[in-house]
Design a protein around this ligand. Structure first.
Ligand code: 13P
Length: 252
């Protein structure tokens, strides 16, 4: 059985002090929950402090990006070993904001996913179509290409988490309906089955992201192939994020 995951992507928000306070509140509010995984992805500057704050708890730490080289002359970049050094267990890769503003391509995402796996980090690989692509009816082409190219040559597929985040739903308040999301999640799982075999595909956690709140997550999580959520805006307030965690842990 796959376990559920709720991850909070704080994006470019929160100072170190704000991050510690938020992590503490989430830690306290979720103390009794043991079944799934609760993941916090603060900005790089707060990784170490948040890692220290959640040590020994049921929470895990994630980074929002990383480079695919171990070290070297890559000004401004962060290596996988550096993330592990701060206590990270997960790393978000290929987020649509990275693809859009920083021109990451499927090949970059693929190099990063493979590097994360060999470095002992769990990649949360993000995929999703734009509004325009959905209107044109090419959602499956786009998501299929992102999944297949992103996972090209990956061996330990069971250690990969996929996040389906339709770009039109991110930060817009326009959450996908549970049927829209389930359709794409089932499509992704079908692709994984073809490539990696049924047993492995059944064990892979596929998260939904895009305007998730405590009020709409119940319908999403009731779907067969939706195994959790990657949350942006609603993860920045302890109450809202804890509400999402409670909905998911109560239903999965
Ligand atoms: P919102 O929850 O703010 O729509 O952001 C989703 C997201 O991009 C998480 O990675």
């Amino acid at each position: 059985m796959r376990k559920w995951i709720v991850a909070g992507n704080w994006k470019m928000h929160n100072t170190i002090a704000e991050s510690i306070a938020l992590a503490k509140a989430i830690k306290e509010g979720s103390a009794g929950i043991q079944s799934g995984a609760i993941v916090l992805a603060p900005p790089f500057t707060a990784l170490f402090s948040v890692g220290e704050t959640i040590k020994g708890s049921n929470l895990s730490l994630a980074a929002q990006n990383m480079h695919y080289e171990d070290k070297g002359a890559f000004t401004g970049e962060i290596a996988p070993s550096m993330l592990k050094d701060t206590g990270c267990a997960y790393v978000i890769l290929g987020h649509s904001e990275r693809r859009k503003y920083f021109h990451e391509r499927d090949n970059d995402v693929n190099l990063k996913v493979k590097k994360a796996l060999t470095s002992g980090l769990i990649p949360i690989m993000c995929v999703g179509e734009t509004d325009e692509e959905r209107e044109k009816g090419v959602t499956q082409d786009v998501v299929g290409r992102q999944v297949q190219q992103g996972l090209n040559g990956v061996e330990k597929i069971e250690n990969v988490v996929i996040a389906y985040e339709p770009v039109w739903a991110i930060g817009t308040g326009k959450v996908a309906t549970s049927a829209q999301a389930q359709e794409v999640h089932a499509f992704i799982r079908g692709l994984l089955k073809n490539t990696f075999g049924g047993k492995k595909a059944d064990d892979i956690c596929i998260l939904y992201g895009g305007s998730v709140t405590k009020d709409n997550v119940g319908d999403l999580i009731a779907m067969n192939d939706i195994d959790g959520a990657l949350v942006g805006g609603a993860s920045l307030k302890a109450d809202g994020f804890l509400g999402i965690i409670k909905e998911i842990s109560g239903r999965k």
